[in-house]
Write a protein that binds this ligand. Sequence first.
Ligand code: DNO
Length: 357
Amino acid sequence: MQMTMRWFGTGYDTVTLEQIRQIPGVTGVITTLYGTLPGEAWEREAILALKKDAEDAGLSVAGIESVNIHDAIKTGAPERDKYIDNYITTLERLGEAGIRLVCYNFMPVFDWTRTDLARKRTDNSTTLAYNQKLIDSLEPGALNDSISSQSKGFVLAGWEPGRLGHLKELFELYRGIDREKLFANLEYFIERVMPVCGKYDINMAIHPDDPAWPVFGLPRIVTGKEDLLRITGFTGDTHHGVTLCTGSLGTNPANDIPGIIRTLKGRIHFAHVRNLRHNGPGDFEECAHLSGDGSLDMFAIMKAFHDIGYDGPVRPDHGRAIWGEAAMPGYGLYDRALGAAYLNGLWEAIEKTAPGG
Ligand code: DNO
């Protein structure tokens, strides 16, 4: 596996490439053109400049997270083909630049959803948290306002104000879109992008829904093993695969994550590895990566990746805010660097104790 770190780009991230380069074992970044909106064809020059920034700092671009999907594609609107054409253009340009991994999601309206961006923990760190009761008491617009007021001036990934400024219209677009339609629209999209992925050897890696259940009555189709098997079953082309995000799948305690990893052997192209703590039904908070701090067994998870011969990029995922760091919620340097060091340690131990290791 390749240990990587998410980096939002110069001007967007408080963490620098020089800092990332000094985290032991981190050799690449997962990045994006953060200023773009879903549906745009990415400029060749901008892609090459992003790549040069990373490479000048001694890091590879291990993948893009995300090239976001326009709502017309998710809803199967008549103009979807125009946006899929733009997506294909972006993939061609990424492929020409030698980038071989694209992470995306197919969540309607809201990407990952939290109610709290700075819940205080007993050690005085703060963390991202979710409470279903609070969601149930809010209108979508009120959640959006609450998230932007808590985000310390940062735009959170997938929460573009330009798009979410039109929430009413967005919800209107999804009227009548149920799980079956969403599956069909995803399948249509995958069929159309597979040829260009084949040509440039680009792996598409769908990200699970976070949390792994419907929010505000909007359907979600990437919530657990059955969904993931159905989705990967659209085609035998292995360029169509999954981002195995332990934090997203782990929101549902019924998801057996090591089991899912084993089932998806050969179709996992990217891994987000983090822990979370369940406080009760529908209430969870993100914690340190360490198994003992949360509800997930990180050793069992890393062991499952090792057992299937996973050799793609891994990144530590959201971190707590610690040591007074001011950063984008979930994406400071310190706790994620601790996470990377811990995951590297687990991996080394697993490798050295494996039969023949
Ligand atoms: C949040 C992330 C998500 C993820 C997208 C993938 O921190 O896990 O925004 O990047 O859902 O498209």
